[in-house]
Design a protein around this ligand. Structure first.
Ligand code: FAD
Length: 346
């Protein structure tokens, strides 16, 4: 544990928020799988977030921001880096003119409820989408004709090392596209400003939200752990339709199943491993490609699988692959008694 402790000491000195060493990421993903990370840190405000990124930059420690983990598949081997959990960024400020300032860790569902209770229109399309508002910005979350882009005004972002600053980025500059944004890896959304408008008909927003929730309940396997849609829709087609047409509904790998209700959902019916989930994802992808010639692109962000590129929002120091955080820590703290071996095999 020594190297992890050394890193934790540096983080504690910098007062960056709660630190949980070796935390298992299965507790932070809606799919309920994922091995340990070096440490998970929960900065409580933007200043702590900026200090945290400075320490990680100085130590050349790889990191990944994580919100609700509802679009994330973490390998059983975990992540040899730091997870910045945004869940404690819970700022909430109602501004004039139907604007809301929310910390990145605020649940998207809370904002949808708040707006619908005031008949404020703008984010109804996000009804039923789990996770945080920070994650929704980065993924440009949405559905049924709208995305967060309809209400998003600007975000406050802490930029990645080495030029670490807290900057305000206007929504138009975020490069929001289908389930993606152009934020550079290692930048962390800390705060979000949303703009709503009052709907004309009383109760209209609440009715739309209720309709959308009912539609989800009827068409998606709500209540069984999943990551939402696994694949992005290819141009002018639907990934779910393609998977269904290929006869893959019900395909399983142990307890991991292609949902009978929605073919683009893969569900964990209990006790799944990340390896089983990844195997089923690859099986579906290969079968669809073999039968239709279309190669589906995952919407789900994958972390820690050997041979994959790092996730787009990760910060991986140049020349310092994921598995070599030790030399940087040793450089910063001097040789530690007993060496700097990790607390588990690489
Ligand atoms: C049942 C179910 C239904 C779903 N339905 C939909 C749907 O209809 N439409 C849709 O778009 N999505 C849907 N999703 C997927 C998911 O809920 C959304 O993408 C959601 O917005 C992700 O938010 P999160 O906080 O969980 O992000 P996470 O899963 O934690 O992270 C997703 C990505 O964003 C990055 N990230 C997270 N927070 C930050 C931050 N503050 N700063 C920088 N990077 C960050 C992570 O590094 C990761 O790359 C569904 C998921 C489930 C489980």
């Amino acid at each position: 544990m020594r190297n992890v402790r050394a890193l934790a000491e540096a983080l504690q000195r910098a007062r960056v928020g709660e630190i949980r060493q070796g935390e298992r990421l299965s507790n932070y993903t809606t799919m309920g799988v994922g091995g340990p990370c070096r440490a998970l840190v929960r900065p409580p405000d933007l200043d702590s977030l900026e200090r945290l990124i400075r320490v990680l930059g100085d130590l050349e420690a790889p990191y990944l921001p994580v919100g609700g983990g509802s679009n994330l598949l973490v390998a059983d081997e975990g992540f040899e880096g730091i997870i910045i959990a945004t869940e404690a960024l819970q700022e909430w400020e109602e501004l004039d003119n139907h604007r809301l300032l929310a910390g990145a860790g605020v649940a998207t569902a809370r904002i949808v409820r708040w707006a619908s209770g005031r008949n404020l229109t703008g984010l109804e399309a996000l009804a039923g989408i789990p996770g945080t508002i920070g994650g929704a910005c980065v993924m440009n979350a949405g559905g049924h004709g709208g995305t967060i882009a309809s209400s998003l005004q600007r975000v406050e972002v802490v930029t990645a090392p080495p030029a670490i600053h807290t900057v305000t980025v206007e929504a138009e500059a975020l490069g929001l596209a289908y389930r993606s944004s152009s934020l550079p890896g290692g930048s962390v959304v800390g705060r979000v400003e949303l703009q709503f408008e009052e709907a004309v008909d009383p109760g209209a927003v609440e009715q739309t939200v209720l309709d959308l929730l009912a539609r989800r309940a009827a068409t998606q396997p709500i209540g069984t752990p999943s990551m939402g849609s696994v694949f992005k829709n290819p141009d002018e087609d639907s990934a779910g339709r393609l998977i269904e047409t290929c006869g893959l509904k019900g395909l399983r790998e142990g307890p991991v199943v292609v949902s009978e209700l929605h073919a683009n959902f893969i569900v964990n019916t209990g006790g799944a491993t990340a390896t089983q989930i990844r195997t089923l994802i690859d099986m579906v992808r290969e079968a669809v490609e073999a039968l239709t010639g279309i190669r589906l692109e995952p919407e789900v962000v994958m972390l820690g699988f050997a041979g994959d590129p790092p996730p787009p929002m990760a910060w991986i120091p140049r020349g310092n692959p994921l598995r070599s955080v030790e030399p940087a820590i040793e450089k910063s703290f001097g040789a530690l008694p007993g060496g700097v071996a990790g607390d588990r095999a690489p």
